[in-house]
Design a protein. Sequence first.
Length: 214
Amino acid sequence: MTAPGDTARDTVLGRIRDALALAPAPAAEIPRAYRVGRTLPDGERLALLTDRLVDYKARVHPCTADRTAEVIAGVLRENGARRIGVPPRLDEQWLTAYDGEVLRDSADIPAPSLDALDGVVTASAVSCAETGTIFLDGSPDQGRRALSLVPDLHVCVVDLSSVVTGVPEAVARLVPERPTTLISGPSATSDIELERVEGVHGPRTLAVVIRTDV
């Protein structure tokens, strides 16, 4: 029976709620038949990840671990980055060749003020070679999400040992309770005429430093 003032929509939704209460849905079993545990040799994973990142218009800089600071400084110099932000626990050795100003991020710094930085340098949690996706999980060497999204340049350091073949392998390495940011190239979107526009939702430039012997 319809109560005074009820609309047809109220009546329909009320009947749906009543039906759901009387017949709760059984727990559904989710099939997980996708491929897992895939591996590729180091060289193939590096080549695949590089190919995907370049296709997404990221700039890739492979190097050995002992050249990390040199390569990062070179990337920052090429992009005119004189004032950068870094997560609170980024490896200090990575910045020894950089002669600009470094701001250690903290929760006390308002997110909008990060726009005054020329760029940011972070580490990464895991990367998926097949999709060219880098995962940040908010660890102290990766920082809060705003730090990697607000500045116009993101220099992200990836260890080859953290690069896996596919998405299931990448997800298996993540901690579900951590805030995860997925990066596949610089921020980009298309307008109504399908013209590519970069830097709308995040950094306009993504430089990935891949340490091939770590």
